[in-house]
Design a protein around this ligand. Sequence first.
Ligand code: ADP
Ligand code: MG
Length: 246
Amino acid sequence: MSAVVDIQNVSFAYGESVAVRDVSLTIDEGDFLGLIGPNGSGKTTLLHLMLGLHSPDSGSIELFGDPVDEFEAGERIGYVSQQATSRGGTMPVTVREAVTMGRFAHAGFGRLSDADEKIVDDALETVDISDLETRRVNQLSGGQRQRAYIARALASEADLLALDEPTVGVDAESRDEFYQLLDSLNDSGITIVLIEHDIGVVTDRADHIACINQELYHHGDTESFVESDALAAAYGSTGQVVHHHH
Ligand code: ADP
Ligand code: MG
């Protein structure tokens, strides 16, 4: 099995302030990795490192087998940033236009073929927002906007979906549907890395867990995480843990 993300001994500091310390982690094709840790533990920073949005101070990162700073196939990655859904965005584009943007990486601007349009149709259908295609993205609910972002990633035919707290500001029912959608995307072969503050949701859905607090406290399958004491070790006695609810 080939690694989609390969992180070796990576450290990163904002000035003097260390955010990620000597983390090594691989994500294999088809994995659904839950990335957890307390507030300010470096989750978003580590995701940014994986995607090449920060350069590590030391260590190495490869994406699909290439050093991340040389990686050019941006269309292989769908990324939904923290607060993207609750903030809503300012661009007054329609849902269809937003999803179509996912095709431009393949087609180039203004040259969408019928096949590209079909892929956009299919992406809208998969996330069940075809009826909203003429609606403006900034007029959607949090859950609908979430689906529009996922549809854009699908239209780009991303092999890796990176999601940073994607359900903040999304109601409970939409959230459940959203996680079912992620499950089915993962079943179809898309690799997923998900930052989610609700540990119960993560251990229900993800097949692998990485638990960090600057350093990596645990990385392995979900069962081994649940049986380990990594959670308590990483979260300390701060009472921040959201308990498993099943
Ligand atoms: P998490 O996503 O787990 O909440 P972050 O990766 O956002 O954690 O932040 C890790 C640490 O780095 C925190 O202490 C945070 O305050 C700090 N940090 C994050 N972004 C910046 C930045 N742009 N400049 C300086 N410090 C930052
Ligand atoms: Mg964060």
